[in-house]
Ligand binder design. Sequence first.
Ligand code: MG
Length: 323
Amino acid sequence: MASGERPGEFEFIRRYLAPLSSEGGFALTDDAAELIAGEGWVVTSDMMIAGRHFLANDPLESIAQKALRANLSDLASKGAEPVHYMLSLALPDDFSEADMAALASGLAEDQTRYGVKLLGGDTTATNGPLTLSITALGNRPDKGMVRRNGAHAGDRLYVTGRIGEAWLGLQALQGRIQGKWAGQKAAYRQPEPPVALAAYLSGLASAALDISDGLLADAGHIARQSGKRLEVDLSLMPVSEQARRWIDADDAPDDRLLDLATGGDDYQILFAAPPFAEDAIAYAADQTGIGITRIGRVSEGEGVNATGRNGPVSAVRAGFTHF
Ligand SMILES: [Mg+2]
């Protein structure tokens, strides 16, 4: 990020952020925003810090998009379609006007893509790393948001998309694995949460969450909140062709499956649903073009039981935690 002349705080807001604003955001000219009517809101918040949640040299367009999409992922997993977001930024002193423009253009692209608009927020300078905090609001589904605590014994477990792609991308970006891994690097920088599934999810799922800390760690959250055991078959876990070859090439494929199931940053949805929902799930997958794969079941008990190609695998490696 080159330093030099850059707009002041209010000029930055006027020039780059106000064009992104919602109707109730008053072009970011007032102290607060106004939300009118609606059937209720689902609200979520996510903060991202350079060097921790993204690489400091990632493109600013994708950094902004990753911060926004992490929130859209949370909303989607609750069955809520995104509408508004609040953005708070701490910009390093060497953050240039070109950096500001890049950040705003990433957001503008995603606003069009996902149908969301900026409602407000805060900006400040910092002598620390670039920090973005986003709070997103989505329409509350008629039956209320899909909780983590509703899984029943006998339910089936499903995941969207592919698991472990972002983790592989990060390994490649940091030079820990060889090869091109272009799709995986993109998955790390610009996750694609299954936002279109939100409209169907509250009618299908008994429990759901988005996978940000790793499949097995997040499965543990559903198990704990629902008071049930989740049985996950990692050999059924959806992975890309390139990931499949990487697993097959290893003497201990179950270790590689475990890497992918504990890596995190997937921003896919893990959900439980009763057996009779199977046709409706297939229909939702067909309508949205989102891949949905059955990977296990819910039973009485507690915790997460993971099996690989060669039987039970040790899941002592927990997922990502911040502290
Ligand atoms: Mg989440």
